[in-house]
Design a protein around this ligand. Structure first.
Ligand SMILES: Nc1ncnc2c1ncn2[C@@H]1O[C@H](COP(=O)(O)OP(=O)(O)OP(=O)(O)O)[C@@H](O)[C@H]1O
Ligand code: NI
Length: 371
């Protein structure tokens, strides 16, 4: 578990301050990302969760200039990668960082692979650029990577073209391509959607192993079991803002923002209905607490001005919610009563596993993912 990259300058690998992305629409400006700040440390997995339309994808795409401007406009108080600002880089510089150091797996995988090159070429090329390996060495690495993302008979299929694979396989090949250049940061948007549980377990193993090698992962997912399995920290988004953040164990044990509680309560029932209902009622406020229109705990102070400040909640100093009730004047006791965990967190599972390990022999490695 020794990180390969030592982080000598002491700064987080990725640091994002007050990121804002607005998109021009026929009805005016839409504030898709509305003041988002967070860090990703080296060798850390950060998961971004939140209902459909909360701004997760646009956040990811804004980080390295992937949102089309126009119609979008991106601004921030700073986006730094490995201690250096990327907010003011030229398109060519951004492209080079994207290619070598930050790999992006898109929610829509159709665009990720080049239809005119074989899969083998697309996976091998970055390996050969990145490392001093022979052609056959690179092929071996490519086969190994494809096998690890769950492509059967990978060696035989290196010379196939993307269209010869199913949509699900293309998505996984895109993950292999993303990892082939050994990035410092993998940004993966819903990479485990629509894959069966065996492949999902394989992908989660792969993510854990690259993190073990020192790569950082920013992962967008709706699947809270995936979050429990891989996240170190969680960011909960609502209405273009982060409403709660913290270590996965703390957030899952004690979800503290009323939105996080609503999200966790509806887990498994799907959020489409809630989103449709909200749209019918006229949308999300664009000031103060974005969740106040639906919040059972809303008070006058929730309206107007900037997003509520983050206040520490619970025992972990890194666990905080953007909610007035946790401030010096507030009383969060009524909110705290509703805290229920959506799924067993990794911390809980590990402590259960080690209890099993102590009492008997050893627990099977992928047990937690087979449910
Ligand atoms: N090109 C665009 N033009 C107009 N609005 C857009 C565009 N792209 C995104 N949006 C809007 O920005 C908001 C955030 O979208 P985003 O795709 O980031 O949501 P998300 O959290 O990733 O949702 P999902 O879970 O469905 O992927 C949404 O309201 C979306 O409709
Ligand atoms: Ni998305």
């Amino acid at each position: 578990m020794t990180p390969r990259r030592d982080g000598s300058n002491g700064s987080p690998l990725l640091s994002v301050r007050d990121l804002r992305t607005r998109i021009r629409t026929d009805d005016g400006w839409h504030h898709a990302v509305d003041g988002v700040s967070f860090d990703v440390e080296r060798g850390e997995t950060v998961c971004l969760v939140g209902e459909s339309g909360s701004g997760k994808s646009v956040t990811c795409e804004s980080l390295t200039g992937l949102v089309p401007q126009p119609p979008a406009e991106v601004s921030s108080d700073g986006v730094a990668f490995d201690g250096e600002s990327v907010a003011d880089r030229s398109e060519a510089e951004l492209r080079s960082i994207r290619g070598r150091r930050i790999a992006h797996v898109f929610q829509n995988p159709q665009s990720a692979l080049d239809p005119v090159y074989t899969v083998g070429k697309q996976v091998t090329e970055p390996i050969r650029i990145h490392e001093d390996v022979s052609r056959s060495g690179a092929r071996d690495r490519a086969v190994d990577l494809l096998r690890r993302v769950g492509i059967p008979r990978a060696a035989e299929r290196l010379d196939s073209y993307p269209h010869e694979f199913s949509g699900g396989m293309r998505q996984r090949i895109a993950i292999a391509v993303a990892l082939s250049g050994d990035p410092d940061l993998l940004i993966a948007d819903e990479p485990t959607t629509a894959v069966d549980v065996t492949v999902q377990a394989r992908l989660l193993d792969l993510f854990r192993s690259i993190v073990g090698d020192g790569t950082s992962v920013l992962l967008v997912t709706h699947d809270l079991r995936v979050v429990a399995a891989v996240a170190d920290r969680v960011l909960v988004m609502y209405g273009g803002t982060i409403v709660e953040r913290g270590p996965v164990g703390a957030v899952f044990d004690a979800p503290s923002h009323p939105y996080t509680q609503a999200l966790f309560d509806s887990y498994g029932t799907g959020d489409r209905a809630a989103v449709a209902e909200r749209t019918a009622r006229g949308g999300i406020p664009t000031d103060g607490c974005r969740f106040r229109a639906e919040c059972p705990h809303a008070v006058e102070e929730c309206a107007g001005g900037a997003q509520p400040a983050f206040h520490a909640v619970g025992d972990s100093p890194d666990h905080a919610a953007s909610c007035v009730h946790y401030g010096p004047e507030g009383d969060p006791s009524a909110i705290r009563e509703n805290a229920t965990s959506p799924v067993e967190s990794r911390a809980e599972r590990e402590s259960r596993r080690s209890a099993v390990d102590r009492s008997a022999t050893s627990a099977p490695e992928t047990e937690g993912e087979r449910r």
